[in-house]
Design a protein around this ligand. Sequence first.
Ligand SMILES: [Ca+2]
Ligand SMILES: [Ca+2]
Length: 399
Amino acid sequence: MNKILFPILVLFPLSVLTILSCKNKPTSSDPLQKNTTLYCYVPSDSLLGKVYLENKFLKNIAAITPNINKLQDTTEMVFIEGGVFEMGGDIPEYAEQMPRTGLPQPDEFPKHTVQVDNFYMDEHEVTVGQFLEFVKETGYKTVAEQDINWEELKKQVPSGTPKPHDSLLRAGALVFQYVPENTPKDDLSNWWYFKAGANWKNPSGVAIPLDVILNMPVTQISWYDAMAYAKWANKRLPTEAEYEYAMRAGAANTMYPWGDSLVSDVTAYGNFLQGNFPYTNTGQDGYIGTAPVGSFPPNAYGLYDIAGNVWEWTLDWYGADYYKHISQNTQLSYNPKGPTKTTEVYQQQATNKVVRGGSFLCNDSWCSGYRNARRMRLSPDSGMQHVGFRCVRSVPKNQ
Ligand SMILES: [Ca+2]
Ligand SMILES: [Ca+2]
């Protein structure tokens, strides 16, 4: 998704080497057990966490006070018993019949053995209604709701960068538009564009009564916004490994959460795109855009929309070679948490966080995000119309 980041990188240059310190660094040797500090979780040996996060957004997270009523609340969460699984791409028997875009990608290999501990996971994506409760209580303002200060920005971009038009400095986010079928697929900015006024309350940038979308997954949420909500709810984002473990729901080496049936045969299993991305969407599954959470059957762990509807943020930095790095050094990777050193990522990709699970815009002709092993990356300050999140909570080992 690098090209899609172009307008974002101009507007929100996360690649700036702002040296940060996370104010609540975990002190335990196993940080995932320190559930009160996880909102600001950065591995202790991480170079990436210090370099690539933006201080002004971290400060907004630090200002959030957890809701005391939610400290132990596991309402609408699923207990997931930890275990060992094979993480990474699966090649189906019918691979030759599938488009290349529907098959595993190089960053999903090698498949490797991973162990995760017990955890709770939200049974559905965080909704607009839940996010509204958080905002009402805390006054939090998402990244997409903040105008861009050019005087501040120009210190962070290459010298001589011209000032963007004022319309591009207004608060907003990326909105999707379908395009004519002769539009080349090599430039994502053909169908993603920055729209002033687009935010979690108006995901498409068009004013809409909030009560109409309360049960929709909240979107136009940056990674920082998701982290802020998670702190308030005394939860955290899942690691990439936890997400894949939960998505597979105990089935070994299957392509999808429902098994190996091709997506064209199982539209009832999630909100995907039927048609030809980015040109057409027939809405055969009942939804052109997002669907209210829980509109489709859950997977075997009781998780709704773990594939499809909206992509979901994880804690982890993206590293195209990360699986190679960790599988070189160990036979069993215990609670992997993504790249912690710049050697574990391609430099040009080091500023992205992993999103998982696919969205209402996914089908085999483009991204197949609903595959268990599919990885996608996105700059942590980006809000998009098809990206949301859900949270998890660690379970102390003595429980
Ligand atoms: Ca759909
Ligand atoms: Ca989802």
